[in-house]
Design a protein around this ligand. Sequence first.
Ligand SMILES: [Zn+2]
Length: 409
Amino acid sequence: MASVSNIPLQQSVADLGIAYKNFFNSLKGKRKGKRVGNPKFKKKTGRQSARFRIGGFSIKGDEVYLAKIGDVKPIWSRALPSEPSSITVIKDAANRYFLSFVVEIEPTSVDAKNQSIGIDLGIKTFAVMSDCSKEKSPSYSKQDRKIRKLQKRLARQQKGSKRREKTRIAIANQHNRIADKRKDFLHKLSTKIVKENKTIVLEDLNVSGMVKNRKLARAISLQGWREFRTLIEAKSEKFGRTFQVINRWEPTSQICCDCGFKWGKVDLSIRSVLCLNCGTEQDRDENAARNIKMVGMGHRHDLKRTGSDRKTSSEASCCEPSRIPVALAPVSMSTLNKSAPTALAAWRSPPGGYRQISPQCPPVLKLQAAKFRDLCRSAVPLRQETGRAGWLVVLGAFLRMAISAAGIH
Ligand SMILES: [Zn+2]
């Protein structure tokens, strides 16, 4: 015991006290937010840390004196802006050592270039901004592949063996590579965004729900969306910017950002949507980013929203064009005013629009052009009056006509 300084020991006892306080307050319901579990013992192999408060350290030039450890000469990442109030020595899983200083900084002011920005986060392109710029995330696949391989090796090795320890460190190293790459990328991107914009709008993502998608779980976990949000939030405060998060139920990918037309849920594989109302082709992510910005700034298109919209899994509802063959895909007024054969042709080959067409399509296309036109004419007032229910009526009518056209009774 005498070989260790008393300061980190006292600190860890104090930390344990806070942890228990949080745990019991959470149990009694006094503490808001997510439930806090009971404190756990740390693993010897995991991250370890010791905190030195004032009195336990001193800084002499570029050397740091730590009580009972002695002088250490760190590689400084930058000069300290002020006297630190505490130093934490961190040893990570790959046996790297870090010194972390707690310092006070003054908020800085940088003039922002733009008023506001909306950001849509994704997997392939990490962020799509409302000004149409895109940021790709670095590739973690090489490290990820190595980790999978090493994990298999680790599982076969004897517990407590030296070789297993070697593999453990190799895995930790790869994890560190990923984490460092990501941290570097996120820091640079968030600084750039916060410096350039006065208001930053992000979407509240249900990450823990998305990770349940097993095909995407690994890719999503590697992205660090939450980390990005935390960084943006902290840096916004530092630079005096407004940071906003919009509701996760906001249908940002279902609405045309130019005219507010709601085309409904679109499958993830569809990357661009041709708005049938105003005729612009919208990139899926860009459209979402611009919608996020719009909602965050308080401007939004007038929408009739019902309670049933507030579900993520409203699949196969009648506002989802990708799944419903013909009748329910939104029909614009301009299409209707054209002569019927053209309208029909438009459906056969939607120009860059909905690329998924269900196999049930052919019998419907057998319909005579005139019948199609009449139906569309009747469809529009129905839709305007009754919304979704109207479309259901149209679907029924259309199916009846399709059946009679195919000659089945
Ligand atoms: Zn539009």
